[in-house]
Design a protein around this ligand. Structure first.
Ligand code: MEV
Length: 320
């Protein structure tokens, strides 16, 4: 055991396939190099976990931990590692995150993944990436019910992940260095659950028509996977634009999201689309590394929050 361990884990963004993934189509998500960090130390008092968060304040958890506390997921992640190590030591866990919460970027999963890795390293417990991901998932289940598992997977492994609900994940072999991700916030709040229900209701009202859109989306994701594996980012960008059109057809776009998408394209993005549930939230643009600043500048004129980041080929990592 050491006296202090640190780890960090990246955010995620869905590149192609959101909404369609709910009905069994594949999707691809990427790790975005905006990170959550965790730091773990041993405490003298057994069975106690003190959690502090730059964003959420601090709290102490013992035998009677309150699952409604916003810090509970951090505690749950540390506790999952202690249980795995069959230890009941006292811990102090500090977390901080540069990932905007509630933006569909997997901030809670990244915090959980970083917490699991920092705690395991503190305890001298050597976990495989699969174990880190699944312990973080355990902590996520406490807060989010039964999430798909994509957030903790992307945050743990990094890179680009192809997935299909209930069928596991494939990490794509890709050179992601030539491109950057630019995310722009519409500033419009939205509920993922409501957007998903709205889309499924449209699908059931117009089954024969909308099923064709889902078929197109499934083919599009396969083509996008191919393009990523070939490093053909022009084709990927075009496919992202088509994906945006399909999402618009499902009714999840609006005037603000279209403004952001067209601003990104006009500034030289390879492709731009809604990412996540739509109705508000974020737009994602893919750009060549050399063009990304220009795309970010154009988006900053019409968005209150713009994030420019590489795709992180590295997932969770120790921070010394
Ligand atoms: C939300 O980030 C992504 C959706 O596809 C919903 C889901 O997959 O659970 C819209």
């Amino acid at each position: 055991m050491t006296s202090l361990s640190r780890a960090s884990a990246p955010a995620k963004a869905i590149l192609v396939g959101e909404h369609f993934v709910v009905a069994g189509c594949p999707a691809i998500a990427v790790a975005v190099d905006v990170r959550a960090r965790a730091e773990a130390r041993l405490l003298a008092e057994e069975g106690v976990v003190e959690v502090s968060s730059r964003e959420l304040g601090s709290g102490t958890f013992g035998a009677q931990a309150d699952p409604r506390s916003p810090l509970y997921p951090v505690y749950a992640a540390a506790r999952a590692v202690l249980a795995r190590a069959h230890l009941n030591l006292g811990l102090e866990v500090r977390v901080e995150s540069d990932i905007p919460p509630g933006a569909g970027m997997g901030s809670s999963a990244a915090v959980a993944v970083a917490t699991v890795a920092a705690t395991a390293s503190l305890l001298g417990l050597r976990l495989s990436l699969e174990e880190v991901s699944s312990l973080a998932y355990e902590a996520e289940v406490v807060v989010h019910g039964r999430p798909s598992g994509i957030d903790n997977t992307v945050s743990t492994y990094g890179g680009a992940i192809y997935y299909r609900r209930g069928e596991g994940f494939v990490r794509l072999e890709a050179d992601l260095e030539p491109v950057r991700i630019v995310l722009a916030d519409s500033g419009i709040p939205r509920s993922t659950g409501e957007m998903v229900s709205k889309v499924l209701a449209l699908k059931s009202r117009h089954q024969g028509v909308v099923d064709r859109i889902y078929d197109a989306a499934a083919r599009l994701v396969e083509a996008a996977r191919d393009a990523i594996e070939r490093g053909d980012y022009e084709t990927l960008g075009e496919l992202m634009n088509i994906n945006h059109g399909l999402l618009s057809a499902l009714g999840v776009s609006n005037a603000k999201l279209e403004e952001l998408v067209y601003a990104a394209r006009a500034a030289g993005a390879l492709g731009a689309k809604i990412t996540g549930a739509g109705g508000g939230g974020m737009v994602l643009a893919l750009a060549w590394k050399e063009d990304a600043e220009e795309v970010a500048r154009a988006l900053a004129k019409v968005s209150g929050r713009v994030i420019l980041a590489p795709i992180s080929s590295e997932g969770v990592r120790g921070e010394g």
